[in-house]
Design a protein around this ligand. Structure first.
Ligand code: HEM
Ligand code: HEM
Length: 184
């Protein structure tokens, strides 16, 4: 298997970025729920700071991932798929990419609108995205919370589709996104 994508298989880099982002999103949800459940304390601030740093990491990896996608061939879906199934795959993938950007950006905007700086693990302080503004904070908080639910729903559909490809349609779609697998 190669570093780059081929017309039939995702390469090492695309696979690494896909699975790294999956792990970080799971981490993100765990951190957000952990922080939410804590009483107001330095620990709560600390856990939210990790959530923000991991979120900025996801944003950076999403940019890299999109650039890598543009610089590589995209594996074709199996020709046996019906046109509506192809369309559904395109719409869900587009939605996932959109959320990989919208979720961190609304988080960053929410934090800046609240008047807090965003730092990346304490190493790098990011510029304020927007000036302090309570109404904007409220709006961004609502959007950030709602987008998290939309993300759950789309990921659920996405995973169901991947499993259907593997176990029902028995094609290579899941296998070609997994490392250490060969074409069937
Ligand atoms: C892909 C990236 C991200 C995901 C999946 C994500 C997900 C979540 C989730 C699930 C919650 C809890 C929502 C609830 O109340 O039910 C949350 C809250 C929060 N997130 Fe994120 N987040 C991401 C990125 C960011 C970033 C980059 C920042 C800031 C720089 C951020 C700042 C916050 C803050 C401040 C809260 C607490 C909001 C509140 O007061 O309820 N998030 N996030
Ligand atoms: C947070 C969770 C996830 C996100 C955000 C996500 C995101 C994405 C995105 C954006 C693509 C499109 C790649 C492209 O066209 O450039 C993709 C492809 C893919 N994902 Fe996920 N994914 C997630 C979880 C999963 C899981 C858990 C599985 C497996 C059970 C999975 C299996 C696949 C497969 C097989 C493809 C390739 C589809 C194809 O070859 O056309 N994903 N994923």
């Amino acid at each position: 298997m190669s570093i780059r994508n081929t017309p039939t298989r995702w390469g090492h880099i695309a696979q690494l970025l896909h699975w790294l982002i999956v792990v970080l999103i799971v981490t993100q949800v765990i951190l957000a729920n952990w922080a939410e459940g804590l009483p107001i304390s330095p620990k709560k601030v600390e856990v939210y700071a990790w959530h923000k740093s991991v979120g900025i990491t996801i944003l950076s990896l999403a940019i890299l991932r999109l650039l890598w996608r543009l610089a590589n061939p995209t594996p074709e879906l199996p020709s046996t798929l019906k046109p509506y199934e192809r369309a559904l795959a395109k719409v869900t993938h587009f939605g996932l990419y959109l959320l990989l950007f919208a979720q961190p950006l609304t988080g960053w905007m929410m934090t800046s609108a609240r008047g807090f700086p965003v730092s990346w693990f304490g190493f790098l302080q990011l510029p304020d995205f927007v000036p302090k503004n309570q109404a904007l904070y409220n709006a961004m908080k609502d959007i950030h919370d709602s987008l998290a639910l939309v993300l759950f729903v789309i990921v659920f559909l996405h995973v169901a589709a991947a499993l259907k490809h593997h176990f029902v349609l028995k094609d290579d779609v899941l296998r070609r996104m997994l490392p250490f697998t060969k074409k069937s």
